[in-house]
Design a protein around this ligand. Sequence first.
Ligand code: GAR
Length: 213
Amino acid sequence: MGEEIFVSPKKRGRIAVFLSGRGSNFRAIHEAVTAGRINASISLVFSNVETAPGLLTARESGLEALYLNPKLFPSREEYDKQAIREIRKRDVDLVCLAGYMRILSPHFCREFKNRCMNIHPALLPSFPGLHVQKKAIDWGVRYSGATVHFVAEDVDMGPIILQAAVPVLQEDTEETLAARILVEEHKIYPHAVHLFFEGRIEVRGRRVFIRDA
Ligand code: GAR
């Protein structure tokens, strides 16, 4: 059997943003949408945290903001199935995880293969998981950065779309490094979403090719 090739659709699309906190990456994507740099609209902002500031920002911006309480569902999969119903209702083409701090079920990952992106504050596959800026400093790496990748069942291990490197300085704290990485996150995440709806993202196995780069 030949290698499976996925090419992102060139169309005006619909996005769902999933977040659990501050929502600065959501705002960066929203700004790019509003400025016409992404050929899509945000159809839903979804959260597992009722008080997530990003959810409030979404509501204030006039976007549909939905909170689903995980405690009301018997399993991760049942929770995700309800999330999928909400997404499908709105005909969403791409899910953008933007600080969504809840692990997705394998079912969700399969349903949204190549249609769900995540931003991670390290140069994957180095430093997956949590508190990764501290881990990078403690390890002594000279560079860290940000990664936009497709979500796969292995957490933080899906195909890499874009990365940006930043130097790790001797005087860095977790906070100063996180802030330097965040500046890059806000550039590469909207750009990856832009490329997606331009039909320029091609996935072959683990590798992502940017068409007409
Ligand atoms: C961002 O730094 C993002 O990379 C990180 O959470 C932060 C969310 O900030 N995500 C992860 O660590 C996922 N593993 P934001 O709410 O301001 O976008």
